[in-house]
Design a protein around this ligand. Structure first.
Ligand SMILES: Nc1ncnc2c1ncn2[C@@H]1O[C@H](COP(=O)(O)OP(=O)(O)O)[C@@H](O)[C@H]1O
Ligand SMILES: [Mg+2]
Length: 258
């Protein structure tokens, strides 16, 4: 089935009153493919991501998702319960601010284990074992399993949020500026870790970032947004090495100057 897209977006728009959030976006995402959405602040990246992941209602357009049974379903013609089930099982959502994606006052182990319980795991010993394994995979010392993320550094919190999202074996993960709030030194390690996990698990991902270095490291393809429109779309190396649109050329050159 890998010759079939996982996600098909067509004529997608979101308006806030008269203001454009995003307009006329169409693309397909393939299994195991990482798509970066880049653009400056206010270009519509978060709006698009939130609409695609059904956290916001679009004004127009459709998104079809290929379910595990191979059938395409329109996300906006599903019941709320079906959408929530998808969110809990097949999808992950990594927020820029880990506090938005974690429960800060329950233990690290419970943050990971909770997602397993939500899909029906009941065996305490097994849940704890899987949680321990995932803490190791995201490089959190297992002696922190009973600590609350409140006591963790920003980087540890973000790694815990990633473990919480990946533990259920999702097929698609949405990420909004996953390294955005972190120190530069911490960002590099987290990116490495993310790249390894995404490769190992064969995950498809849609990653919003204003940082072209993140797009370069993580993504196969990228879309450049400006004022709500996708103005350039192509393989990441092609777009970054040979940008066609003057606006993309500006974006790329401004990063080369730093
Ligand atoms: N809740 C909202 N109400 C009204 N306008 C919004 C809202 N959220 C975003 N916008 C507007 O939509 C446009 C895109 O914003 P956003 O998706 O947050 O961009 P980005 O994530 O690229 O910074 C901007 O003009 C922004 O001001
Ligand atoms: Mg944003």
């Amino acid at each position: 089935m890998t010759d079939t897209p996982l996600f098909k977006v067509s004529g997608f728009s979101k308006f806030y009153g008269n203001r454009i959030g995003c307009k006329d976006v169409s693309f397909e995402l393939w299994p195991g493919e990482v798509l970066a959405i880049v653009g400056e602040s206010g270009s519509g990246k978060t709006t698009l991501l939130n609409c695609l992941s059904t956290r916001l209602m679009p004004t127009a357009g459709s998104v079809e998702y290929r379910m595990r049974d191979g059938q395409f379903r329109d996300l906006y013609h599903m019941s709320e319960a079906e959408r929530r089930f998808l969110m809990r099982t097949d999808w992950g959502f990594v927020h820029q601010n880990p506090a938005d994606g974690l429960r800060m006052t329950v233990s690290a182990g419970a943050n990971v284990g909770e997602r397993l319980m939500a899909i029906g795991d009941r065996h305490y010993g097994k849940i704890r074992e899987t949680a321990t394994d995932w803490l190791t995979r995201v490089e959190i010392s297992t002696d922190r399993i009973d600590d609350q993320p409140r006591s963790f550094s920003g980087g540890m919190r973000q790694r815990l949020q990633i473990a919480r999202n990946l533990v259920t074996g999702p097929r698609l993960v949405f990420m909004d500026e996953p390294t955005g709030g972190l120190d530069v030194s911490v960002q590099a390690r987290l990116l490495d870790l993310l790249r390894g996990l995404v490769n190992d698990l064969g995950l498809a991902a849609i990653v919003v970032t204003h940082d072209l270095a993140v797009a370069r490291l993580l993504s196969h393809r990228m879309m450049v947004m400006k004022d709500g429109y996708v103005i350039e779309h192509g393989l990441t190396d092609r777009v970054l090495d040979d940008p066609r649109e003057p606006y993309t050329q500006l974006l790329v050159s401004s990063i080369l100057q730093v």
